[in-house]
Write a protein that binds this ligand. Structure first.
Ligand code: NAP
Length: 254
């Protein structure tokens, strides 16, 4: 019987995957058979992260490009397609956070957040999507957030960008599903990574978070791997435009 979760022979490009959630997803997809292409802004970090996978016997390479730069994105995607092979799975994971009260939020930092979290998803979906359409198959997974649905103090631009990720996912589904491309998203709750370090270190926040989350704890990033494997694999071939919340039940609770 066909293994619905087997990724053998599939190539997965994961943006911003030299560390954090992206790196764990790279590890998880590799363990399910995928060849991994790690992206980071610096070649050194991309190669180092890919090297860690290669040391474990997986196939992986690292490629540096800035996901917010259309020219760099198109050049890198072309290079991967020609030199490494067809991108079967794209995970738009690169993301940044900036925190300020809304009325004082600096315009420059608004632009930075929107460019990395929102515009880059558009650029990546467009660049890789064109190759996927030619092949009439592909999997695109966009990393959203609780803030795809919920607002929160001091991070309104982040919430605006992650709300947009939800709609890029639905819009992408509407336009690409007819080409046998599945565009879905994963919306992580609160996970312990570099991005959330200021919150993890804040006892008051951690106590609030545990009370607010039905599971009563922070998430461990490796608990996102199952969702990523599912949305990358044949198991999800008729799942499209869906945002899968992996949040310990947070969105279900008031
Ligand atoms: P992280 O540890 O800060 O990792 C983000 C990665 O994105 C970094 O490796 C960063 O590289 C890279 N990146 C930033 N700008 C880039 C650019 N212009 N081009 C290429 N790469 C770039 O964050 P994380 O917590 O793993 O978050 C990963 C994703 O999950 C993000 O989309 C985030 O919004 C989302 N998320 C996280 C949580 C959580 O609890 N951690 C919850 C919900 C959603 P540099 O470090 O070199 O800049």
């Amino acid at each position: 019987m066909k293994n619905l979760f087997d990724l053998t022979g599939r190539k997965a490009l994961i943006t911003g995957s030299a560390q954090g959630i992206g790196h764990l997803l790279a590890q998880g997809l590799a363990e399910h058979g995928a060849e991994i292409i790690i992206n980071d802004i610096t070649q050194e970090r991309a190669e180092k992260a890919a090297g860690e996978l290669v040391k474990q016997g997986f196939k992986a390479s690292g490629i540096a490009f800035d996901v917010t730069n259309k020219t760099e994105v198109e050049k890198a995607v072309r290079q991967i397609e020609q030199e490494i092979g067809e991108i079967d799975i794209l995970i738009n994971n690169a993301g940044i956070q900036r925190r300020h009260p809304f009325l004082e939020f600096p315009e420059k930092e608004w632009d930075d957040v929107i460019n990395v979290n929102q515009k880059a998803v558009f650029l990546m979906m467009q660049a890789v999507g064109k190759y996927m359409v030619k092949r009439q198959r592909g999997k695109i997974i966009n990393i959203g957030s609780m803030q795809s649905e919920l607002g929160r103090d001091t991070i309104t631009p982040y919430a605006a960008s992650k709300g947009a990720v939800k709609m890029l996912t639905r819009g992408g589904c509407v336009e690409l599903a007819r080409h046998n491309i599945q565009v879905n998203g994963i919306a992580p709750g609160y996970f312990i990574t570099e991005l959330t370090k200021p919150l993890v270190d804040n006892e008051e926040f951690t106590s609030w978070l545990c009370k607010r989350t039905p599971a009563n704890r922070w998430g461990n990033p490796d608990e996102l791997i199952g969702a990523a494997v599912y949305l990358s694999a044949p198991a999800s071939d008729f799942v499209n435009g869906h945002l899968l919340f992996v949040d310990g039940g947070m969105l279900a609770a008031v």
